[in-house]
Design a protein around this ligand. Sequence first.
Ligand SMILES: CC(C)(COP(=O)(O)OP(=O)(O)OC[C@H]1O[C@@H](n2cnc3c(N)ncnc32)[C@H](O)[C@@H]1OP(=O)(O)O)[C@@H](O)C(=O)NCCC(=O)NCCS
Length: 238
Amino acid sequence: MFDTLKRDLDAVLKRDPAVHSRAEVFFCYPGFKAVRRHRRAHKAYLKGRYFLARWISSRTKKKTGIEIHPGATIGEGLFIDHGAGVVIGETTIIGNNVTLYQGVTLGGTGKDTGKRHPTLGNDVVVGAGAKVLGPITLGNHVKVGAGAIVLKDVPDQCTVVGNPGRIVRGPAKRPEIDLNHGDLPDPMLDKMQQLYKRLSQLEKVLTEHAIKVGCAGCPVEDCPGRENGGCQSAAEAQ
Ligand SMILES: CC(C)(COP(=O)(O)OP(=O)(O)OC[C@H]1O[C@@H](n2cnc3c(N)ncnc32)[C@H](O)[C@@H]1OP(=O)(O)O)[C@@H](O)C(=O)NCCC(=O)NCCS
């Protein structure tokens, strides 16, 4: 119990540059209060004491402006900054070290039954006023921009903004390990092939020019065409 309390306190201390002490968080932060009270409500909910669970959560809403359904599953270190207007639905699942700003809704679309609220991975940040709707999944380290409306799954490490939410930053690409040693790239061979191609093109242009000007005006002194009636006849012979 004290471990979770410490982690909930530390989450605020680590992520809010405006905080000065643990006491400040404990007594003055509505987000912290709402998370602590939710943990009690959730325990009651899991034991089937639905009225008590609801009563705790409705009192929390009155005190903090944050409505978390007692059925929501919340990991460690959730930080709800400012708090007002945050709504978290019954079947929401939130991973560890998630940050939610004011006005965030983790809700349903109204079309689904059963699991109808989002699942958030670890280290997710959801900006002020953003709405994440439906039984979708936001991967680990996802950032949702302020005011976004997200209706589709978002893979790990992506940033999604706008309405409807679109991914503007993808996951950092890691080089894949290629173990196929028989197929290594050969930059020298590539360069040689490029040079050979350019030389052939130059030869072609030069021959066309020589045909136009005749052997007298041609700079290629040892051209075999000179003895055989010039490039014209050589080209015709081909
Ligand atoms: C989305 C956010 C987390 C930044 O994530 P990021 O991965 O660093 O993304 P960037 O800042 O590089 O922005 C990526 C693009 O999205 C745009 N963008 C960023 N936030 C946006 C938003 N909320 N709405 C619309 N577009 C946004 C940027 O202009 C940028 O566009 P560009 O590529 O055309 O220049 C941040 O902008 C945000 O919205 N944070 C929420 C903070 C908040 O709610 N604070 C409340 C404190 S009270």
